[in-house]
Design a protein around this ligand. Structure first.
Ligand code: AHM
Ligand code: MG
Length: 351
């Protein structure tokens, strides 16, 4: 058969190349290059930035996989700004992300759960006009590492505010509402390592193929189910939840929902995204504002869940509309599919 002849799918040539038997792969880098055609004037920039995140994710994943072998589990001897014990892998993951992003010349500002203040990268050497701010939690749920439970990285990407005159105002670059995110995502170090991200055009999931060292598209255009079977909350705190949350959970139990709670936000949100249902971290006695951090935990997952057809709220307001006041600000969080969020809003309306 000549190469130019039309192919009949029912009569494929006997000697097809070996790779033709496998599904064609699309790596996250290829996907991002396609996505960024929607951002005129930034050709190449966005994929360059995201490649910093994917490189860091691969390095963190490799360490997490060997944590039990390398004396990498356990506390690292310090505390972060929130007074929380830093795990050794918290420190490593933070250093890796700071390094992999700071060498991208279009990244101007970095803020992390593990650092008290946002950092202006290379302050003496101004970055290009279209430079970005990246806000992240390097290793969320890290107390789970010692017991071999999934952990994650969350990240939020914003454009830097235009510099008018005088000194760059790093804090106002970081303190932007989630609705201004250009892209956001998370990496889940679970039974496989997955990167899930949105750049405002749907949500796409990539699984790290250890054989080739690349994140390969495995979950295209993820949509959260209209209704799920599970709610996900730390029920030990139920007596301290606001009455509306208690009534809501009573309603879910009456509707035969089951419960699933890992205690790693990325794992709990990922299950909710794929299987539907609702994830909550309401205010408690210990954390009256909620426990999760607005800028680098709630905002990225809220952007993802909205892009997948769900909703995310602090109980009263859309998460993405909350004007941040400080970089480590906490918020309560309720996110889920349309049916569960409708039910939550009905409970609020009955208050
Ligand atoms: P961390 O940022 O200190 O790791 O804490 C955040 C984690 C989330 O992953 C998870 O949803 C939550 O804390 C679990 O808290 P709790 O143990 O109170 O249920
Ligand atoms: Mg965290």
């Amino acid at each position: 058969m000549s190469n130019a002849a039309p192919q009949d799918p029912d009569h494929a040539p006997d000697e097809a190349p070996a790779f033709a038997a496998e599904r064609p792969i699309l790596t996250v880098q290829q996907h991002i290059l396609l996505e960024q055609t929607r951002f005129p004037g930034v050709s190449g920039e966005f994929s360059w930035l995201l490649s910093g995140i994917t490189l860091a994710a691969k390095m963190i994943s490799a360490r997490v996989r060997r944590a039990g072998l390398m004396d990498e589990s356990g506390a690292g001897g310090g505390q972060n700004i929130q007074g929380e014990i830093q795990q050794k892998l918290d420190i490593y993951a933070n250093q890796v992300l700071m390094h992999c992003l700071a060498v991208r010349e279009n990244v101007a500002v970095l803020a992390s759960e593990e650092n008290e203040h946002p950092q202006l990268v290379d302050g003496d050497n101004p970055r290009p006009e279209y430079s970005y701010v990246v806000v992240f939690d390097p290793l969320d749920g890290s107390s789970n590492i010692d017991v071999n439970v999934s952990v994650g990285t969350t990240f939020s990407i914003l454009r830097r505010r235009p510099v008018e005159e005088g000194e760059a105002d790093v804090m106002s670059d970081v303190l932007q509402p989630g609705s201004r995110q250009v892209a956001a995502g998370y990496v889940l170090y679970g039974s496989s390592t997955m990167l899930v991200y949105t750049a405002g055009n749907g949500v796409h999931g990539f699984t790290l193929d250890p054989a080739i060292g690349a994140f390969v598209l495995s979950h295209e255009n993820i949509r959260i189910p209209e209704r799920g079977k599970y709610y996900s909350v730390n029920e030990a705190h139920i007596d301290k939840f606001p009455p509306v949350c208690r009534r809501y959970l009573d309603g879910l139990r009456a509707a035969n929902y089951g419960s699933r709670y890992v205690g790693s936000m990325v794992a709990d949100v990922h299950r909710t995204l794929l299987k539907g249902g609702v994830f909550l971290y309401p205010p408690t006695a210990a954390n009256p504002e909620g426990k999760l951090r607005l800028l680098y935990e709630a905002n990225p997952v809220a952007f993802i869940v909205e892009q997948a057809g769900g909703r995310a709220s602090d109980g009263h307001r859309r998460i993405l509309d909350i004007p941040p006041e400080s970089i480590h600000q906490r918020t309560s969080l309720v996110l889920g599919g349309p049916s569960e969020m409708d039910a939550y809003e009905r409970c609020v309306a009955e208050e």
